[in-house]
Design a protein around this ligand. Sequence first.
Ligand code: ADP
Length: 268
Amino acid sequence: MIRIEYLEVQYGRQPPALTIEQLSIKRGECVAIIGPSGAGKSTLLRTIKGYVRPVHGKVEVMGVNLATAGRRDRMRVHRKVGVIYQQFHLARRLTVLQNVLCGRLGQARFWGRLGSLVGWFSVEDRRQAWSAICEVGLRPQVHQRGDTLSGGEQQRVAVARAVAQQPVIILADEPVSSVDPAWAEDLLALLTDVQTHHQATLVMSLHQPQLARRFAHRIIGLRQGRVVLDCDPASLTEVGLKELYRGSDVISLDGTTSRPGTGRTRTA
Ligand code: ADP
């Protein structure tokens, strides 16, 4: 489903943000990417989406080599890869339904796309949007404006928008970092339910290893742009985490954070 070989990604003249020799993610996998801030988690997701062009190497998504494929194939992949961002990226003045319909933009062919740009969505677009809204439990809020929703509800809209794309792959960049911790588990449960229901591949970056361990089937640890850990959740140890977060705040498996050298801990 996703195959990366000899990848190097660099921003300007900075040291490489990503250096990955081999990484494969199979169809239907649920993968959490963890690692300290600046490790390259977002860059990896953006590279898979095709937003970042590697300096070297191959990124193959749904059998399409993003560097060499024509526009048509790249668009086919683009349409089937849904993205959920930390900051939700909703249109605040639009309703839940209108926001979710935005997930249908780009699904249609030229005339349909033109129509959807001026607010004419097809019956199929509306059916998919309604179905996605019901799936995330937001039917009562369907006509409510984005900016009147709680953080957790806004992120549900973002999940529905990705679902309306009928995605083959869902990329979630720190999906629960901006929601109340009490809602984080509910949201991840929803996200993994959606992934199972649609038999999609889910790749999410998470700041909390304890959530990664609970919700993902596979954990990939990035440090300074390199994969230093790739294991199943049961094999994730405190020692492995300490090594992964060496030099920065270490987050333990119980969710506490400790600052190196201070001996102080706090609950994440
Ligand atoms: P993470 O998601 O793990 O916090 P990022 O992928 O955001 O890490 O960043 C990896 C590295 O790339 C960092 O050193 C960061 O400063 C750099 N970086 C990320 N995005 C950009 C950008 N748009 N321009 C320049 N440097 C960037």
